[in-house]
Write a protein that binds this ligand. Structure first.
Ligand SMILES: [Fe+2]
Length: 189
């Protein structure tokens, strides 16, 4: 005798699986919050478009990715060539680093940030970044909140950078290469 109840249950299970799968692949239908800011999507960020690299010193450049004026942080690629050095500075906020290429270390720590490494640097950290002589180029993604407070070896402040000085730096660079100062706006949120 045919078990019609069993057939019905199998059909119900199948219908439920199809419905669940269809729902899983259905995009969110509602509008995003009216105050939400648009995403930033940048292709080939470590590529060879030299115009995107904003010179800081002779051997140090930064490429802006996200310059957050509302969050007080910035995300950028830092590129250091020919055993460059990044001036000693204190961080009042946290830093996240992901090494994309090359290797570097801080004068104040024994560890070395190798290609593929991630580092969290806690607020209160003061350090001096150097790239060893055998590394021709290093590129690291840094997410920096707050500021870099430049100082002498005894902590006396000599200057600072924050998201606003970074934006000014980028604006001047894009202006000087003919892209126009407003080119920086695509990175600002
Ligand atoms: Fe730093």
């Amino acid at each position: 005798m045919r078990d019609s109840g069993g057939d019905q249950r199998r059909e119900d299970v199948l219908a439920h699986q199809i419905e669940t799968r269809d729902e899983a692949f259905t995009p969110y239908r509602l509008p995003f919050p009216i105050d939400a800011m648009p995403e930033i999507v940048l292709e080939n960020i470590a590529g060879d478009d030299e115009r995107m690299w904003v010179p800081q010193t002779e051997h140090v450049s930064m490429r802006p990715l996200c310059l957050s004026v509302s969050g007080g942080y910035w995300v950028n690629l830092l590129r250091v060539r020919r055993s460059g050095i990044l001036t000693r500075h204190r961080h009042p906020g946290p830093v996240h680093a992901f090494v994309l290429k090359g290797r570097w270390r801080y004068l104040e720590h024994s560890w070395v940030a190798e290609e593929g490494s991630y580092a969290f640097e806690a607020p209160g950290e003061t350090h001096t970044l150097i790239v060893p002589e055998d590394v021709a180029e290093m590129i690291t993604l840094f997410h920096v909140t707050g500021a870099l407070i430049y100082c002498d070896p005894d902590g006396r402040q000599t200057g600072y950078d924050d998201v606003f000085t970074k934006i000014d730096m980028c604006r001047r660079h894009f202006e000087s290469i003919g892209l126009g100062g407003d080119y920086v706006k695509q990175f600002i949120r």
